[in-house]
Write a protein that binds this ligand. Structure first.
Ligand SMILES: [Zn+2]
Length: 175
């Protein structure tokens, strides 16, 4: 397994070097770092209506980890999940490929920093957006109660038989 160096640029931004590739095995240090960054971001979750706080951290192929939190709107359909917020944060910075996502949260979870009550799993919409930026065979989805207590799946396990970018590739038979 590769040795990675984790450089904490600030409290919500970490750079992993060398940059991991799709399919590389994650180290416990990287997992713990992603869960820690998501847990720190959780205090910024804005969920006055559901009181269900969620934060996510995504690791990309550039070796950067980006965070996002759920943001609710009084017009509830405008609400966005933490996972998509983190993915769009990464995409807006030019990232196009995700290695893994770590998610923490729960009812009134923003009052805590660790030892959450549940493994907060991504909704169907977020699983679909992950599919646009992650390889279903190798992208990891980590749902954590703490840095050492988590469950982990591949994206393909959470979204089997999925629709993705290849579905729109031109497959017109040549005549
Ligand atoms: Zn979602």
């Amino acid at each position: 397994m590769l040795e990675y160096k984790l450089e904490e640029v600030n409290e919500s931004y970490v750079r992993v070097s060398p940059a991991p590739a799709s399919g590389d095995e994650l180290t416990e240090e990287i997992r713990a770092c992603m869960i820690r960054l998501a847990s720190r971001a959780l205090r910024n979750s804005f969920a006055p209506y559901s009181r269900y706080n969620v934060a996510a951290a995504v690791l990309t192929t550039s070796g950067r980890i980006y965070t996002g939190v759920n943001i609710e709107s009084s017009l509830l359909s405008c609400t966005i999940c933490a996972e998509r917020n983190a993915i769009f944060h990464a995409a807006a910075c030019g990232e196009r490929k995700l290695i893994a996502v770590a998610i923490v949260g729960g009812l009134e979870a923003a009052e805590k920093e660790t030892d959450f009550d549940e493994y907060c799993t991504p909704c169907g919409v977020c699983r679909q957006v992950m599919r646009d930026f992650g390889d279903p065979e190798t992208m990891r989805v980590i749902c954590a109660k703490s840095e050492t207590d988590y469950r982990e799946w591949t994206l393909g396990q959470l979204l089997p038989e999925s629709f993705g970018p290849e579905s729109l590739e031109d497959r017109t038979p040549e005549t």
